[in-house]
Design a protein around this ligand. Structure first.
Ligand SMILES: Cc1ncc(COP(=O)(O)O)c(C=O)c1O
Length: 380
């Protein structure tokens, strides 16, 4: 299969030689036009019409009533945690199968992650694992908050991740979190264009976060977006992202320790142009998944598709092998041939800074870590 795959993918991309990357940015005409316009306006930093226009486009596309543009998804996650009332020492329930930024943002808020297992189909947090952790390991105290029985620490929030763009079972997660009165922050960094039950991911919880990093479905070079239903939370996010400053009689007043997290106009110009053909981008990704599925079907290797009750944006193409050995052989061979593939993420709980965090049983996450390879997810 290995030689056939390399031949097939080179033919698919019409690149008989050279490197085929995991991600490459898909650029059309208006990126050049909007960036030029932004340069001509000489308003390139964080005040400018493209920033607001990108926020509006995200609201229109996702159905979120409020959106606040940030320098990246990690900073948006950090502010989301602060604005959901996370206190130093809190525990945040999340999944170990994610990009490291999820765990880092939790640490920026001086909290610690607790890792619960994922679902093998969605690759996101398993509602069963979440309910099991909350029922067995936590207790409600008279102040209304839940506490981790063994450490005595408060459970601050639940943070599911729409991994590889596939939508988590948000209905299941929301039911449990509302029963246990926990705020939900969705890490939808990879999932612009993904839906669970016809509702865009990122709009189910109290706050959702998207990333516009260069490898995402839509990029602004670097960038992020915080979305929420709550107008007060949105205005607090905007305030904190601009150093918590307000203008008073031509001078500035700062009422808190703020952050320099607002997206620059020049990045937003790029993002606005990319949003214009989002539907085409999503369609091309689905076509790529179907092409992979057709190729790998005779070898009985499943390619990830949308979970039931959801539509994925197919940000990252993923393939499941029967054994870790076969997966590793595939990754090694393809990379030697200039085809960039890689093993699925290492679990966050393996990294030294998260090694001491509480984990439930991670059977599914460990299975995915060993058996999955990521495939070139380039559209052109
Ligand atoms: C799951 C996940 N969370 C958070 C982030 C952080 O986003 P950014 O790179 O824009 O800071 C990323 C990726 O880039 C991600 O993939």
């Amino acid at each position: 299969m290995l030689e056939e795959f390399v031949r097939w993918i080179r033919a698919y991309y019409q690149r008989p030689e050279g490197v085929i990357h995991l991600h490459e940015t898909f650029i059309t005409d208006n990126e050049h036009n909007y960036i030029k316009d932004c340069l001509n306006s000489r308003i390139v930093s964080s005040i400018g019409s493209y920033v607001e226009s990108l926020e509006q486009r995200i609201c229109e596309f996702t159905g979120a009533p409020h959106a606040v543009a940030m320098v990246n998804g990690t900073s948006a996650l950090h502010l989301a945690l602060l604005l959901c009332g996370i206190q130093p020492g809190d525990l945040i329930i999340t999944q170990p199968f994610t990009f490291v930024a999820t765990g880092n943002a939790i640490r920026y808020a001086s909290a610690d992650p607790v890792f619960v297992d994922i679902d093998r189909q969605t690759l996101g947090m398993s509602p069963h694992a979440l309910a099991d952790f909350l029922e067995r390991q936590t207790i409600r105290q008279s102040n209304g908050f839940r506490y981790h029985k063994s450490s005595g620490r408060r459970i601050g929030a639940c943070l599911p991740v729409h991994a590889f763009g596939h939508p988590v079972d948000m209905e299941g997660i929301m039911k449990i979190c509302s029963a246990f009165q926990l705020p939900v922050i969705e890490d939808a960094a990879e999932a612009l264009g993904s839906w669970h039950q016809q509702q865009h991911v990122g709009t189910w919880g109290m706050v959702g976060v998207f990333s516009f990093n260069g490898n995402k479905v839509v990029t602004s070079g670097g960038g992020g977006m915080l979305v929420t239903q709550d107008p007060d939370l949105a205005s607090a996010a905007l305030h904190l992202s601009r150093q918590a400053g307000t203008k008073e009689n031509y001078s500035y007043w700062y009422d808190a320790v703020g952050y320099n997290y607002r997206m620059p106009n020049i990045n937003a110009a790029l993002g606005c142009a990319q949003m214009e053909n989002l539907k085409i981008r999503l369609q091309k990704r689905k076509e790529l998944t179907d092409a992979y599925q057709l190729f790998f079907a005779p070898y009985k290797l499943p390619v990830w598709q949308s979970p039931p009750q959801g539509v994925s944006n197919y940000w990252m193409q993923a393939l499941r092998f029967p054994t870790e050995k076969e997966r590793n052989k595939f990754v090694q061979y393809t990379n030697e041939q200039g085809i960039h593939t890689r093993p699925a993420w290492r679990l966050l709980s393996r990294f030294p800074m998260f090694a001491n965090c509480y984990t439930g049983s991670l059977e599914n996450a460990e299975f995915i870590e060993k058996h999955v390879a990521c495939l070139p997810s380039v559209i052109q």
